[in-house]
Write a protein that binds this ligand. Structure first.
Ligand code: PEP
Ligand code: MG
Length: 537
C-alpha cells in the first residue's frame, strides 16, 4: 500500500500510465560529422511529416477540422526551405542536429512572439510545438499523449501542469497520482473540478509504479494499492459501488433551495479555474461562482493573456451564469503558482513574498489590463471583483483607485463596461485581525481557509510531513473565521467562504451558526454541502 495525500475524493480502479519527465536537454549529445547530423535531422523531419499527416487524416475523419488546420500549418512551416537550410547551416558550423533545430526555432519563436498581432503570435506556439516534436524524435524520447489514453487509465506523473490537465479526457481517466502537491495545489483543484479521484504527494510514484500496473486509488484516504489481490479488488469495488450509491442519493438536493431547518436561506456556489468549468457548475446545481481563479489563464504560456483574451474568458462565464453571481478573483500568482514569464524572481520565502495583490499593485499595467477585461465583461452578467492576499486597508484603497482609473480609460476608449462590487479575500491572519477595518472599504468578504489555515498554523499547505497540523478545525483558525463573520455582519456586508473548509461537514454547522452567507466549493461537493447545510438548525 502506497500513501500520499487524498486530494480529490472517489475511487479509481485501472491501469497505470506513467508520464515520465521527458527532458529535451541535448547538452550531452556529441557532434559526429556534418553529413551524419544532417541525415539525423532529415530523418527526424521525415518521421515528423509522416506522423503529422497521419494525425491530420484521423482528425479530418473525426471532424476535428480546426486542429487539422493547425497541424497542416506545422507542415507548411517545416517544409519551408528557409527553415531547413538554416538548420543545416547551423550544423555546418559545428552544431549537433538538436542545437540546429533549437536555434532556428527559437529565432522564429522570438520573432513571432514580439509582434502585436494575435494570429502571428499564435505561430510562435506552433513553432514551439514543431521544435519540441523534432527534439523528441532526435533524442528518442516519447511523451505520453494524455488526450489519447485508453479508458480506465490512471495517470501517474511528477506533477500535472494546467496544460496537461486541459488535455485530460475525464471519461477515460479513472484517477490521478502525482509526486507533489497537496489538497489545495493547482492539480488538486483541477482534479476536483473534473471529478477525478486524486492522490498527491506520493513520493517517488513515477519510479515505484510501472506502466500497466493494475492500481486501486482511494482519493479520500490518499491510498494506492499496487497489483491488488482479488480480495482487495473486491473490497474496493464494493466501496466504489457504495460511494456511487451515496452520490446518487444526493440527487434529491439538486433542485432544492439551500435552507436550514430554521428557515435561513444560504447559497452554495462553485469554485472554478477555467472558463470551460462553468458548464459543470450548472450541471452540479451551483447557485453562482464564488471563486474564479484567474491565474490558470496566465499559466502554461509564455506571455500574459491580452485584455481581449481575458474579456472573452470572463464574459463566457458571465453569460453562462446569467443573473447568478460570478466572483472573479484578480491574479493570484506567486507561492505555489509559478508563472515564469512574469519574472517574479527566486524568493527565499515565496509564500511570504511578492505575490497576488502585492505583485499586481506594483505592476499596474498588467493589473489594469485584467481589471479592464473584467469591467467590460461585467455588462454580460453579474460579475464582482475579489482581491487576493490582502493584508492592509491601503491595498484595497489602491486597488479601488486603479479600478476607477480603468473605468475612466474605458470610457475614453469608447468601450462599454459596468461598475462592479469589490470584495476581499480574508486569507491572511492580518486580514482576519483587521476585518472590522477592511469591512468599511470592502463590498463583501470571502474567507480563504486554504491560505488562512497555512498562515495561522505556520504550515506549508503542500508538505505531507506537517499535513496533520494543516486543519481549519484548529481553534485558532476557527476564532479567525468567527471574528471575520462577526465583523462582516456588524458592517452589514455579505460574507462567504471559498477555501476547501466550506465543504467540511464538521465545520458547516459552526459556519451556519455564525451566519456565513455563501459557501463556495468544488462543483463535485455542491450537493453534499447543500445537504449538510439543510440539516443544520
Ligand atoms: C484560499 O486560500 O482559501 C483560496 C481559496 O485560494 P487559493 O486556494 O487559490 O489560494
Ligand atoms: Mg489563497
Amino acid at each position: 500500500m502506497l500513501k500520499g495525500i487524498g486530494a480529490s475524493g472517489g475511487y479509481g480502479i485501472g491501469k497505470a500510465v506513467v508520464i515520465k519527465d521527458c527532458s529535451l536537454d541535448y547538452k550531452s549529445v556529441k557532434y559526429t560529422t556534418p553529413e551524419n547530423e544532417k541525415a539525423r535531422l532529415r530523418k527526424a523531419v521525415d518521421v515528423f511529416v509522416s506522423e503529422t499527416k497521419e494525425l491530420i487524416a484521423g482528425l479530418t475523419e473525426s471532424a476535428g477540422e480546426s486542429e487539422a488546420q493547425i497541424l497542416e500549418g506545422h507542415l507548411v512551416m517545416l517544409q519551408d526551405p528557409f527553415m531547413l537550410s538554416q538548420m543545416e547551416e547551423n550544423i555546418d558550423s559545428g552544431s549537433v542536429a538538436e542545437a540546429g533545430v533549437d536555434a532556428v526555432c527559437t529565432m522564429f519563436i522570438d520573432m513571432f512572439s514580439g509582434v502585436d498581432d494575435e494570429l502571428t503570435r499564435q505561430r510562435a506556439s506552433d513553432v514551439k510545438d514543431i521544435r519540441d516534436s523534432l527534439l523528441e524524435l532526435l533524442l528518442g524520447v516519447k511523451r505520453v499523449d494524455i488526450s489519447a489514453v485508453p479508458k480506465d487509465s490512471i495517470l501517474v506523473a511528477k506533477d500535472l501542469t494546467p496544460s496537461m490537465t486541459s488535455r485530460i479526457n475525464a471519461r477515460n481517466v479513472a484517477a490521478i497520482i502525482t509526486e507533489v502537491g497537496g489538497v489545495t495545489s493547482h492539480s488538486a483543484i483541477l482534479a476536483r473540478a473534473m471529478g477525478i479521484p486524486a492522490v498527491l504527494s506520493l513520493i517517488g510514484a513515477t519510479d515505484i509504479i510501472s506502466d500497466g500496473d493494475e492500481l486501486v486509488v482511494d482519493g479520500f484516504k490518499g491510498r494506492v494499492v499496487q497489483n491488488a489481490s482479488s480480495e482487495e479488488l473486491e473490497q474496493y469495488r464494493l466501496k466504489y459501488a457504495q460511494f456511487l450509491q451515496e452520490k446518487e442519493s444526493l440527487n434529491e438536493y439538486f433542485a432544492k433551495p439551500t435552507v436550514t431547518k430554521s428557515g435561513v436561506t444560504k447559497r452554495v456556489y462553485a469554485n472554478i479555474g477555467r472558463p470551460e468549468d462553468v458548464q459543470n457548475v450548472l450541471q452540479c446545481s451551483g447557485e453562482g461562482v464564488g471563486l474564479f481563479r484567474t491565474e490558470f489563464l496566465f499559466m502554461d504560456r509564455d506571455r500574459c493573456p491580452t485584455e481581449d483574451e481575458q474579456f472573452e474568458a470572463y464574459s463566457t462565464v458571465a453569460r453562462v451564469m446569467g443573473d447568478r453571481e460570478v466572483i472573479i478573483r484578480t491574479l493570484d500568482i506567486g507561492g505555489d503558482k509559478a508563472v515564469d514569464y512574469l519574472n517574479i524572481g527566486k524568493e527565499e520565502n515565496p509564500f511570504l513574498g511578492h505575490r497576488a495583490i502585492r505583485y499586481c499593485l506594483d505592476n499596474t499595467e498588467l493589473f489594469k489590463t485584467q481589471l479592464k477585461a473584467i469591467l467590460r465583461a461585467a455588462q454580460f452578467g453579474n460579475i464582482k471583483i475579489m482581491l487576493p492576499l490582502v493584508t492592509t486597508v491601503d491595498e484595497i484603497k489602491r486597488a479601488r483607485t486603479l479600478i476607477d482609473e480603468c473605468s475612466n480609460e474605458l470610457k475614453n476608449e469608447c468601450k462599454r463596461y459596468k461598475r462592479v462590487s469589490v470584495g476581499v479575500m480574508i486569507e491572511t491572519p492580518s486580514a482576519a485581525l483587521i476585518s472590522d477595518l477592511l469591512a468599511k472599504e470592502a463590498d463583501f468578504f470571502s474567507i480563504g481557509t486554504n491560505d488562512l489555515t497555512g498562515y495561522i498554523m505556520a504550515v506549508d499547505r503542500g508538505n505531507a510531513n506537517v499535513s496533520d497540523l494543516y486543519d481549519a478545525f484548529q481553534p485558532s483558525v476557527l476564532r479567525a473565521i468567527e471574528m471575520t463573520i462577526k465583523n462582516a455582519k456588524s458592517a452589514g456586508i455579505p460574507v462567504g467562504m471559498c477555501g476547501e473548509a466550506a465543504a467540511d461537514s464538521r465545520l458547516i454547522p459552526k459556519l451556519v451558526e455564525w451566519g456565513l452567507d455563501e459557501f463556495s466549493v468544488s462543483p463535485s461537493s455542491i450537493l453534499q454541502t447543500r445537504k449538510s447545510i439543510c440539516s443544520c438548525d
